[in-house]
Design a protein around this ligand. Structure first.
Ligand SMILES: Nc1ncnc2c1ncn2[C@@H]1O[C@H](COP(=O)(O)OP(=O)(O)OP(=O)(O)O)[C@@H](O)[C@H]1O
Ligand SMILES: *[C@@H]1O[C@H](CO)[C@@H](O)[C@H](O)[C@H]1NC(C)=O
Ligand SMILES: [Mg+2]
Length: 342
């Protein structure tokens, strides 16, 4: 069920009517018990209707375009659950709180998440979805598109473009703060994503629909090499991972992705026109982060955290570069399936 404005509550006009009704009856109360009864009847009918809406939303999912973001809960979730990604944590927190606090955004929020395999891009999208819509990824207002699943055939680009426009138009009309996640952007045929360019731009409305409250998230491995090189440079210079700053990466990342034929954003108008609000880098994960993933997974399964198991699983992973062996090849990706052996 769609509801344009905010929290469940009495719309202003109704509230005024109710007040008038009550005031009027207070004066008449001494004389006319009938009108008192009428007023009470009217009031209870009104509140009855309202609580029906509340009741409905408790069971079916309602889109609440002005649902506020609990920034401190998001911060806590990111800091506790996402390991070794100080940059992503910082940017995502800033981007989401800024966007949700803005009463009148000029364009939808667009984030492009980049990094090596298994470093937490899908994981973070899930955390974001959980904080934006109560039902998270299962919400009717959160849409996940996987390139190889939804747009597999190169010769159907035109069809995909039309489809995507129709879907996004339809879904944003139903719910202004819909969230769209595009996974495996690096496997998306260049050009498909430009179909949604008009939606991401600074327009008040496109075909009668405003997209300004929607959120678009792109995930890809493109740029992972650039990020890894930077992290490695810091490591070799004896500097801490946490010293890597956004400015060390953001510019090279956007240029690198733009010039990468296999980024899904190759020569894309999205970058060209500065329609991506934030490039979010995910650093490659180290041995200690893999350990943390194992511990978290053990805890999630309700098992005791046995450090021997933690070490064994972490050591089974492969690390690169060849000589130093610092970063996990697959990040934390195979931790869950490896744990099944123990
Ligand atoms: N930084 C992290 N902190 C905590 N857990 C993580 C992190 N990175 C990965 N994980 C764990 O590993 C699993 C796989 O990670 P995820 O699917 O998010 O990787 P990805 O970055 O999307 O990789 P790919 O580029 O291969 O799709 C997650 O479900 C999560 O449990
Ligand atoms: C919303 O998007 C989904 C795909 O994510 C699509 O199947 C559905 O038809 C869309 N809804 C509307 C109303 O366009
Ligand atoms: Mg992924």
């Amino acid at each position: 069920m769609w509801r344009a404005s905010g929290r469940p509550g009495v719309p202003a006009a109704l509230r005024r009517l109710l007040l008038l009704l009550l005031l009027a009856t207070r004066e008449a109360a001494a004389l006319e018990p009938v009108s008192v009864g009428l007023a009470i009847g009217a009031a209870s009918a009104l509140t009855g209707y309202l609580s029906y809406t509340d009741w409905y939303c408790r069971f079916a999912e309602c889109c609440d375009a002005e649902r506020p973001l609990d920034a401190s809960a998001l911060k806590q979730d990111l800091e506790e659950k996402l390991f070794g990604q100080h940059l992503a944590t910082e940017v995502i927190l800033k981007a989401l709180t800024g966007f949700k606090n803005n009463k009148n955004p000029k364009k939808p929020l667009t984030l492009s998440l980049h990094g090596w395999a298994g470093t937490g891009k899908n994981f973070v999208s899930q955390i974001m979805a959980d904080h934006l819509h109560p039902r998270g990824l299962k919400s009717h207002f959160v849409h996940l598109y996987v390139s190889t699943l939804h747009f597999p055939h190169e010769q159907k680009i035109k069809l995909y473009q039309d489809q995507l426009q129709k879907w996004i138009h339809g879904n944003v009309s139903k719910c202004a703060n819909s969230m769209f996640i595009f996974d495996e952007m690096d496997k998306l045929h260049p050009g498909i994503i430009d179909a949604i360019k008009p939606f991401l731009d600074y327009y008040e409305q496109v075909d009668g629909v405003s997209y300004r409250r929607a959120i678009f998230i792109f995930l890809s491995n493109a740029g992972g090499d650039i990020i890894t090189r930077t992290a490695l440079d810091f490591w070799r210079a004896g500097r801490k991972r946490e010293e890597v700053q956004l400015k060390d990466l953001e510019a090279v990342l956007s240029v690198g992705v733009f010039n990468n034929k296999h980024s899904g954003l190759w020569h894309s108008g999205l970058i060209d026109r500065n329609l991506i609000d934030y490039f979010v880098p995910f650093l490659p994960l180290e041995y200690r982060h893999v350990q943390m993933c194992v511990r978290a997974e053990l805890q999630a399964r309700g098992a005791v955290v046995d450090e021997e198991v933690v070490a064994r699983v972490a050591q089974e992973m492969t690390f690169f570069p060849k000589d130093e062996k610092i970063y996990s090849d697959k990040g934390c990706k195979t931790v869950q399936s490896r744990l099944d052996f123990y």
